[in-house]
Design a protein around this ligand. Structure first.
Ligand SMILES: [Zn+2]
Ligand SMILES: [Zn+2]
Length: 334
């Protein structure tokens, strides 16, 4: 027991290493850009002032969104999705698996749940003892169920899900902006150093690396950001892109796709002024989502949860058991 506790602690400490790497690179880039480039290399005062002010806007937005992505706790399902004391007793006392499943089906009828496990059973988390809301998955790293879980991201050492997906997207966006700004302003000085027009050896080293690192990060971020733009447009989480959500009439990868505009509003909110600001503006409460099929006639889920009924799905096998395992999270999902 003590050993596993120690291992857990080690794991917790080590899980901050990627965040520390990003932080160290960001701090070094700040030093290299502000001191080595702007203060020691750039001669023109106007150019210096313009670079410094624009740089600080990018840097502040980058830090703010990174902070929000790391420290916004993942949202977990509300109490009504947990088994009540009575239901839990009934569920645990029952030895026949098919009756256990029926108990879950009966409870699910009172809840706004439409998705099912691959087997057709109601999705139940044994670890958290709750019925999983639609799009919710259990993260084995965070050891909890996370609403609209996207993936567990080691670079922010946090689960990306309903509560911080917007922050994560903005973090990718502002990181790219930061890299583009650095690369485009550093480039001419890179050339000047290269051809020997400026001979400050110390600054040369920092400026060369600044361009190299900015381009390298930009290229990798571009692919990740592009992929997430596609996911937002389709209204899919990374997990759902790998394994389509299962509805009562089978898996449907477009089950939550309400059209590009509506999908965008779901993540970023109705007010366009706040789209690029890292404050929470996503629509809904993360427990249920408009469905494509119900989209035209207004989703009854949003109007009244009481009307919920379902056919209970089939009766084989138990709930799925998603595992989040660092980078490999998406493939581990059933
Ligand atoms: Zn769970
Ligand atoms: Zn997690």
């Amino acid at each position: 027991m003590a050993l596993s506790g120690g291992l857990r602690l080690c794991q917790r400490i080590f899980s901050w290493i990627p965040v520390l790497i990003i932080t160290a690179v960001a701090l070094w880039s700040y030093y290299a850009y502000v001191f080595e480039l702007c203060l020691f290399t750039v001669q023109n005062t106007f150019e210096k002032a313009a670079y410094l002010s624009l740089f600080h806007v990018c840097f502040v937005m980058f830090c703010w969104t990174y902070w929000k992505a790391i420290f916004t706790p993942p949202a977990s399902p509300s109490k009504k999705f947990h088994l009540s004391y009575r239901d839990k007793e009934r569920y645990e006392m029952e030895e026949r698996p098919e009756v256990q499943k029926q108990i879950l089906v009966d409870i699910a009828k009172r809840l706004p749940i439409v998705t099912r496990a691959q087997s057709g059973a109601v999705r139940f988390c044994d670890y958290c003892q709750l019925l999983k809301p639609d799009r919710c998955h259990h993260c084995s790293v965070c050891e909890r169920c996370v609403l609209k879980m996207d993936h567990h991201c080691p670079w922010v050492n946090n689960c990306v899900g309903f509560s911080n997906y917007k922050f994560f997207l903005l973090f990718l966006f502002y990181s790219m902006l930061y890299c583009v700004f650095i690369a485009s302003t550093v480039f001419q000085y890179f050339i000047k150093f290269w051809v020997g027009e400026i001979s400050n050896v110390h600054a040369k080293f920092h400026v060369l690396f600044l361009l190299f690192v900015a381009v390298m990060f930009f290229v990798s971020l571009m692919f990740l950001f592009g992929y997430h733009c596609w996911l937002v447009a389709k209204n899919r989480s990374t997990l759902e892109a790998f394994s389509a959500p299962v509805f009562q009439n089978g898996p449907d990868k477009n089950g939550f796709n309400a059209g590009v505009r509506m999908n965008l509003l779901q993540v970023f909110g109705d007010n366009k002024r706040f789209w690029l600001v890292p404050i929470f503006t996503s629509q809904g409460d993360g427990h249920h989502f408009p469905l494509r099929t119900l989209n035209e006639c207004r989703n009854p889920l949003l109007a009244s949860e009481g009307r919920w009924e379902d056919d209970g799905g089939s009766d084989d096998d138990s709930s799925d058991a998603e595992m989040g395992n660092g980078l490999s999270v998406a493939v581990d999902v059933e």
